[in-house]
Design a protein around this ligand. Structure first.
Ligand code: ATP
Ligand code: MG
Length: 201
C-alpha cells in the first residue's frame, strides 16, 4: 500500500518526538529521595499526595503521614490508609482550629507535632512521608522555617517527602525538587454545593 504524504509526515514527526523523549529519559539517570510541594488555591493538593501514598504502598514501600489539619474532620483517606499495613498515621492538628485564636497554644501543638515528624525524618525505613496542610504552621509562624528546612535537608537520601497546603513559603519551594501549583478555575462550593464524601473528604 502506498503511504500518503500525511502518513509519512506523521511518522517522521513522531520519530523525532520519540528521539527527544528518549534522550531526556537517558539524561535523567539519578535516583534520589524527592521533596515535592503541592500548593495553590485549587482543589487537588491533598488528594494528589494520597494518590502517591497509594502508589508507594502498591510497591510495598513504608509510608508515614502527618496531617496538620485546621479542624478535625473524618476523612476517607484516614479511614482507609490508617488501617493498611506499612502506614504510620498521625493527626497533629487538633488544636489548630480557627477559634482557638491562641498563638501560644497553636505554636506548642505545632512544635509537638514537628517532634513526631522529626522522628520519621530520621527513620530510613520510611520511604515516603506526606505532610498534609503543612504550609499553615509555617505561614503562621508556629514553626521556625530554618529548623524545618534543615531537618528536611538532613533526612535519609532516598526518603521522599510530599508537602501540601496553600501559600507554600518561597524558601520551601526553592529547596523542593518538584513544585506544583493547583489553579482554582472553578469549584463547586462556590455554586453552593457542600463538600461531598469521596470527593472532598
Ligand atoms: P483535596 O483534599 O480535595 O485534594 P486540597 O487539599 O487541594 O483539596 P484544601 O485547601 O486542603 O484543598 O481544602 C480542603 C477542602 O476544601 C476539600 O474539601 C476541597 O475540595 C475544598 N477546596 C479545595 N479548594 C477549594 C476552593 N478553591 N474553593 C472551595 N473549596 C475548596
Ligand atoms: Mg488539602
Amino acid at each position: 500500500m502506498v503511504e500518503s504524504d500525511h502518513t509519512k509526515r506523521y511518522r517522521t514527526r513522531m520519530q523525532r518526538k520519540k528521539e527527544v523523549i528518549d534522550e531526556a529519559i537517558a539524561r535523567a539517570d539519578r535516583e534520589q529521595g524527592l521533596l515535592l510541594i503541592l500548593t495553590g488555591n485549587g482543589k487537588g493538593k491533598s488528594s494528589s499526595a494520597f494518590g502517591m501514598l497509594a502508589r508507594a504502598l502498591g510497591h510495598g514501600m513504608r509510608v508515614g503521614v502527618a496531617q496538620f489539619i485546621k479542624g478535625r474532620s473524618d476523612t476517607g483517606e484516614e479511614a482507609f490508609f490508617s488501617k493498611q499495613d506499612n502506614v504510620i498515621w498521625h493527626v497533629l492538628g487538633e488544636g489548630f482550629t480557627w477559634d482557638t485564636q491562641n498563638l501560644e497554644r497553636d505554636t506548642e501543638t505545632a512544635q509537638r507535632g514537628w517532634v513526631i515528624v522529626q522522628k520519621m525524618l530520621c527513620d530510613s525505613s520510611i520511604n515516603l512521608i506526606v505532610l498534609d496542610e503543612f504550609t499553615y504552621p509555617l505561614k503562621f509562624g508556629w514553626l521556625d522555617i530554618a529548623t524545618v528546612l534543615n531537618d528536611l535537608r538532613n533526612r535519609p537520601s532516598m526518603q521522599h517527602v510530599v508537602i501540601t497546603g496553600r501559600a507554600a513559603p518561597d524558601a520551601l519551594c526553592e529547596m523542593a525538587d518538584t513544585v506544583t501549583e493547583m489553579a482554582d478555575v472553578k469549584h463547586a462550593f462556590r455554586a453552593g454545593i457542600q463538600a461531598q464524601k469521596g470527593i472532598d473528604l
